[in-house]
Design a protein around this ligand. Structure first.
Ligand code: ITT
Length: 185
């Protein structure tokens, strides 16, 4: 099976290639622009994206993700892209300076459409904490300031390790199961 991952984010693309490639699902990159509405939930963003793309595209995946910091009632959440562009990781660390309560989670919502089947969504979550300083050169986005195990940040993990515990890795594992059912014997 071959499926297009529609994203502007090369880091996400690498994670899909690694995780799905390992399961024998071939992925290729599509940079098809679609309207990412400002909404209250990741699911709404994905639902609207799928409505826009479903007539134009064959088999495809889209992904909307965000970092939710408990101390800030879930901010940046659906505003994660904007927060990364404006505050950056250093800005988030400054906002958290002196905070003992550093728990946070990443969420990933995947939308998937296979021709002739109903589109579906799958979500994955990974709980962890915002570190006190940025560490690591791998990954992308907020990875240098997020740790799931309290030791290494996501940016200190290789692709396989991040996928084995991350929000996206978990969602991709469920997606693979669902695809196997959909395409079954
Ligand atoms: P799309 O084209 O796929 O939407 P994007 O980069 O706009 O790519 P999102 O809206 O899903 O992606 O992500 C919101 C922000 O959260 C964005 O700045 C990402 O870099 C960041 N982000 C998403 N997933 C992440 C992850 O696994 N690790 C670190 N940062 C992540």
């Amino acid at each position: 099976m071959r499926i297009k991952v529609i994203t502007s984010n090369e880091g996400k693309m690498r994670e899909y290639s690694q995780a799905l490639g390992e399961l024998g699902i071939e992925v290729f990159h599509g940079k098809v622009p679609y309207d990412e509405i400002q909404a209250d939930t990741l699911e709404e963003v994905v639902e609207r994206g799928m409505e826009e793309l479903r007539e134009k595209e064959g088999s495809f995946i889209i992904d909307d993700s965000g970092l939710f910091i408990d101390r800030f009632y879930g901010f940046p959440g659906v505003y994660s892209s904007y927060a990364l562009k404006t505050l950056g990781n250093e800005g988030v660390l400054r906002l958290m300076a002196g905070e003992e309560r550093r728990s946070a989670r990443f969420e990933c919502c995947i939308g998937c459409k296979i021709p002739g089947r109903e589109p579906f969504m799958i979500s994955g979550e990974c709980r962890g904490a915002i570190t006190k300083e940025a560490r690591g050169e791998r990954g992308f986005g907020f990875d240098p300031i997020f740790s799931a195990d309290g030791e290494r940040t996501f940016a200190e993990l290789d692709l396989e390790e991040k996928n084995s515990l991350s929000h996206r890795g978990r969602a991709i594992a469920m997606l693979a199961e669902r695809l196997a059912e959909e395409m079954g014997p």
